[in-house]
Write a new protein. Structure first.
Length: 317
């Protein structure tokens, strides 16, 4: 694993906060690149569900899995750590992921203390790893960090919003970042009860350069843990088309690795440039201090010659 970002920055520096933010970003990027670049070529594609609090993201995750894995609750946020659905062939490599807590639960296991990775032997898509990430707009900063980490290693994003939250700033920021990274993105609008709101969301996505219509899921009361038959809806076809086709998987993975490498290089370069600028600033300050010190000493020496007579100087010596 790369450790080049294991650097301590002096907290007394006036630019410490800016430098530390750049260091942390570079560290996250190199960590993501290092792990993902070591995966075998046939490793399943990684699809991450991302969304805000109360959008029903975990319900959709459970529905795609065909069983309740992720907690669904009125308490917000209910997803406090990443929940992963994976084929058994992917578990060993997933356990090395630096962004995951360790622990595996399976259908045959009674140990559910750490159900971070759930293994379904009969999952219909053995070349897909599905991740339910913590809510990206949670008040818990740690949840936001986890969601961002999984954005980095994802091969595609399922961005879930709802009729109440589709215009939120945070959701716009995530979709903007996905567009910037040229991520493969599927949009889902959950809890829909208004045609006007859904049409507005479609137009909003089109105006920002996204193609295709988002998946529409009607509002259900009370909110269910699983929506039967959701995985079979045609709207989720692109998701499974990526996972179930070897050529599609290779194309998406190759593209994602290229983009991740590019952004990692940019983050590391930005951090190095910032360190170089800070070193130059400190060197400039040190040169100024040395020049001032020299001027003061020279001035003191001149004033000493003015005050002390030649005879006194000889007597002192």
């Amino acid at each position: 694993m790369l450790t080049m970002m294991d650097v301590a920055i002096d907290t007394r520096l006036g630019t410490w906060d800016s430098l530390e933010q750049k260091r942390l970003l570079a560290d996250r990027m190199t960590t993501a690149w290092s792990w993902k670049s070591r995966l075998r070529r046939s490793f399943p594609v990684i699809g991450c569900l991302m969304g805000g609090t109360g959008t029903g993201k975990s319900t959709i995750f459970n529905s795609l899995a065909g069983k309740q894995i992720s907690e669904v609750s009125k308490r917000r946020p209910s997803t406090t750590r990443p929940m992963v659905l994976a084929p058994s062939s992917a578990v060993d490599e997933l356990l090395t992921c630096p962004f995951l807590e360790t622990g595996v639960a399976s259908d045959a296991s009674a140990d559910k203390r750490h159900p971070t990775i759930d293994v379904l032997a009969d999952f219909a898509h053995p070349d897909l790893v599905l991740v339910d990430t913590p809510d990206f707009d949670s008040a818990e900063i740690g949840h936001h960090v986890i969601a961002n980490n999984f954005f980095l290693i994802s091969d595609f994003i399922i961005l879930v919003t709802s009729q109440e939250k589709y215009a939120d700033f945070t959701a716009h920021e995530v979709s903007r970042k996905a567009l910037e990274w040229d991520k493969t993105v599927m949009f889902v609008m959950n809890k829909v009860s208004s045609d006007a709101a859904y049409d507005d969301f479609c137009q909003n996505l089109s105006d920002r350069g996204f193609k295709g219509e988002p998946v529409r899921i009607e509002r259900l009361e009370p909110s269910p843990s699983i929506i039967p038959g959701l995985a079979e809806r045609s709207g989720f076809g692109p998701l499974f088309a990526v996972a179930d086709s070897e050529s599609n998987r290779e194309h998406v993975r190759s593209h994602e690795m290229r983009v991740l490498r590019q952004h990692t290089a940019q983050a590391v370069g930005s951090f190095i440039d910032a360190i170089d600028r800070e070193e130059e600033r400190i060197a400039h300050v040190n040169r100024r201090i040395a020049a001032i010190e020299e001027q003061v000493l020279s001035s003191m020496e001149e004033r000493t010659h003015t005050v002390v007579s030649r005879e006194t100087e000889v007597h002192i010596r």
